[in-house]
Write a protein that binds this ligand. Structure first.
Ligand code: F6P
Length: 746
């Protein structure tokens, strides 16, 4: 549109200037002509009346003069005569110009005095009046008086005004006509061919059409079209070759790594057809509270930890809420940017939510409703109607953002978590060809508990529009199938582990999520840093350490952990001064009251334990209450003798797997809650019930006292699990499953 205005504006200015110039000169000439005509007419009238006025003044025949003055009164335009008698200073004037008597008399007196005719234009409220004064002189050169004829001249202005109006009308019509013509021409000549070419390029790239479908133009555009066709063809051929190569490579059995995942995505999904949707974005631009500068952070949480390496390998587009205060400054016109910012591997598309939407959808319905409902950690879920409405609205916003991006030819949309239960249905409604997978990162409760949610029907229907719904464990799959069976009308296929509703089949599958794993170089560098910097900084030389890394969330069992540590020092007092626990806690969801209360409770508990057992040189508990990056956390893992994961309920918990992955020397003990999904795989951890302070304290003691052989044996076994079942395998299994159900697995 802006471009169109730039094109049309000079044309309009030229037309306007042209018309204004022509009108001005025509108007001037016309005015001069009319004024001249009027002057001649008035002059002739004045001069022709001179002899009659002379005779009448001589004979003092005022009746004749009055008759003469009265003869003007019925005329259409204002006009009249004034006769001035020098001797008696008498004035006879037509009633039509009575108001002008004073000025006209002056004209008459002046003409009589100088014995010369003169004219002038008087400006009156009713418009211009043209007057012509003639002295009345007898044969003896004696001035008897003067006669003035006045005539309306305002019609000249009126005619001129009308001409300007008419010209303006013609000009507007012409301009309108020109705009329409230019618009039609530019559409036909430029816009349409470009739209056609863009559409063709998109379809050709997505494989919807082949090169026998050509774009024809038949003019100068032909050359550009030819070039674009060549580029498109080369790109497609290169892509096909890469996909075939990838497909060959995927047949070879090798360990799961980023390369193998990349090949699998290429072979089974193709390029630019993989879309991830999550609430939390992998990279946030925020203002640093201390320096006031903008920084890019990777938020804490399982989804980001797991999916960023997957997306780096597979490429594609990740659509997420742009929640950083500076996020808008780093996107292009379509709200996208390449990430990671220093090594762009995939596209991040940010979706903007209003504060009201974020409060209702994220803090309210998702985290005060569904989160406590599914975790069953004795925090009462809250379901407010307004939050539900915002949840629908936000899901719709994300649906629009996804639909805007989807190319033709069955793209894959991989949705994360409980924030988007309605999204699968919204996408499928518009794009039934899209393959929609939802992965549920948190636990799924039993049907009785799930039915507490007043909107459980809408949620289940939304989810059952998916082709696949994934959970971390078989146990949560079973709970989901049970819930779908008990709360909705549908058919459960126990052989295939699927739900058939309204003719659509949704497969329910366990995919245990994992981590990408640290490299040897990363671990070695972190170990050196820990030894040289962290230990002296925290006064930990010669002291055994434990570590916990969590978002500050009531499901993570942080308070229970401190209770167990209290019991540990109470029960095993000889451990005082020999062991310190380091808790890294990232404040999270701080707009929610429960989370704030928890932050205060933990602060108080930390003070208590340090007061109860701490000495001048030693602290039982070090609390680092802030967000640390992935690389900042690694030195703590390498340094720690044990790691505690004491979730009261957790879908998987990736901290457990991160710790194992960091222990390249196979030395370290993991204490793991039996209520975290990870405990199903990491069986060689010391499995605890976090609610039992006694059992928990004993596990800490066992971990610290465990002999080296057992420590190594257990860690080696856990490292095998994490090494083989890494996050590339997790994503690969989901893609294999997609290929299986869509028939792309040949
Ligand atoms: O595991 C559940 C989850 O919502 C993940 O999606 C995310 O990694 C984590 O909790 C963090 O939550 P939030 O994005 O609300 O900070």
């Amino acid at each position: 549109m802006k471009r169109f205005f730039l094109l049309i504006l000079p044309v309009l200015i030229i037309i306007l200037a042209g018309f204004a110039g022509i009108t001005y000169f025509r108007d001037r000439a016309e005015r001069l002509r009319m004024m001249d005509e009027l002057a001649r007419k008035v002059k002739a009238l004045a001069e022709s009346s001179e002899s009659m006025v002379l005779t009448s003044l001589k004979t003092k025949n005022y009746t004749q003069l009055k008759k003469f003055a009265g003869s003007f009164e019925k005329r259409e335009r204002i006009q009249g005569a004034l006769i001035y008698e020098t001797a008696g200073k008498k004035v006879i004037i037509s009633s039509s110009i009575k108001e002008l008597e004073a000025v006209l008399k002056q004209e008459a007196v002046k003409a009589a005095k100088v014995k010369k005719s003169s004219d002038s234009v008087l400006e009156t409220a009713a418009g211009g009046i043209y007057s012509y004064a003639v002295p009345v002189i007898d044969n003896n050169k004696y001035v008897l008086g003067a006669v003035v004829i006045a005539h309306d001249a305002s019609y000249i202005d009126k005619l001129s005004g009308e001409m300007w109006r008419l010209m303006a009308l013609y000009m507007s019509l012409l301009a309108l006509l020109l705009i329409i013509v230019i618009l039609l021409l530019s559409r036909t000549l430029f816009i349409m061919p470009l739209i056609k070419l863009t559409e063709w390029f998109k379809k050709f790239q997505s494989g919807e059409i082949n090169y026998s479908t050509q774009v024809k133009s038949g003019d100068e555009f032909e050359k550009l079209i030819n070039e674009v066709e060549q580029v498109a063809l080369s790109l497609r051929i290169a892509k096909k070759a890469a996909n075939e190569e990838a497909s060959i490579r995927t047949k070879k059995t090798e360990a799961w790594n980023d390369r193998r995942l990349k090949d699998l995505v290429k072979a089974k999904i193709g390029d630019n057809a993989f879309f991830v949707v999550s609430n939390r974005e992998p990279y946030m631009h925020v203002t640093d509270n201390i320096t006031g500068k903008v920084k890019c952070i990777v938020p804490v949480g399982g989804v980001v930890t797991a999916l960023d390496p997957v997306m780096r390998a597979s490429g594609g587009t990740w659509i997420a809420h742009g929640s950083g205060d500076k996020d808008r400054e780093f996107v292009n016109s379509r709200d996208k940017l390449g990430v990671p910012p220093d090594n762009e591997r995939y596209i991040l598309k940010r979706v903007w939510l209003t504060k009201e939407e974020e409060d209702g959808y994220y803090y309210g319905f998702s985290n005060e409703g569904l989160w406590p409902l599914c975790h069953v950690t004795h925090t009462r879920p809250v379901f407010r109607r307004e939050d539900w409405e915002m949840y629908i609205k936000a899901n719709r916003k994300f649906a629009d953002a996804v639909l805007e991006e989807l190319p033709g030819g069955s793209p894959v949309v991989f949705i994360q978590d409980y924030h988007f239960t309605l999204l699968p249905h919204m996408i499928k409604e518009q794009r039934p060809d899209a393959v929609v997978v939802l992965f549920w990162h948190i636990p799924w409760p039993n049907p009785e508990i799930f039915s507490i949610c007043p909107y459980y029907k809408e949620i289940l229907k939304g989810m059952l529009a998916c082709d696949i719904v994934g959970f971390h464990t078989q146990f949560h799959c079973n709970n989901f199938l049970d819930t779908a069976n008990r709360l909705l009308e549908n058919r459960i296929d126990t052989e295939k582990f699927s739900v058939v509703m309204n003719g659509h089949e949704t497969f329910i599958r366990p995919f245990p999520i994992s981590v990408g794993g640290y490299t040897h170089t990363e671990v070695e560098a972190a170990a050196v840093y820990a030894k040289e910097k962290l230990c002296p900084a925290y006064g930990l030389e010669g002291i055994k350490t434990g570590v916990g890394v969590d978002r500050i969330d009531y499901t993570k069992g942080i308070v229970e952990r401190i209770t167990a540590l209290n019991r540990f020092f109470e029960k095993y007092p000889e451990q005082k001064g020999r062991f310190t626990f380091i808790q890294i806690g990232a404040p999270s969801r701080t707009n929610i009251k429960k989370y704030n209360e928890l932050i205060n409770e933990i602060d108080a508990e930390v003070d208590k334990i340090n007061l109860a057992y701490g000495t001048e040189n030693w602290k039982p508990f070090i609390y680092i209450k802030k967000h640390l990056s992935y690389s900042e956390i690694l030195p703590f893992y390498t340094m720690a003798d044990l790691c505690i994961v004491s979730s009261l309920h957790d879908g998987m918990n990736l901290v457990a797997k991160e710790f194992v992955s960091a222990k390249k020397d196979n030395d370290g003990v993991l204490i793991l809650s039996s209520f975290a999904g990870a405990s199903r795989e990491l069986e060689e951890a010391l499995i605890i019930n976090p609610y039992s302070a006694e059992e928990f304290a004993d596990a800490i003691y066992s971990g610290l006292e465990m002999d080296i052989d057992e420590r190594k044996r257990r860690m080696e076994s856990m490292r095998e699990v994490v090494g083989e079942g890494n996050v590339y395998k997790w994503a690969g299994s989901i893609i294999d499953e997609i290929a299986l159900i869509t028939g792309k697995n040949q």
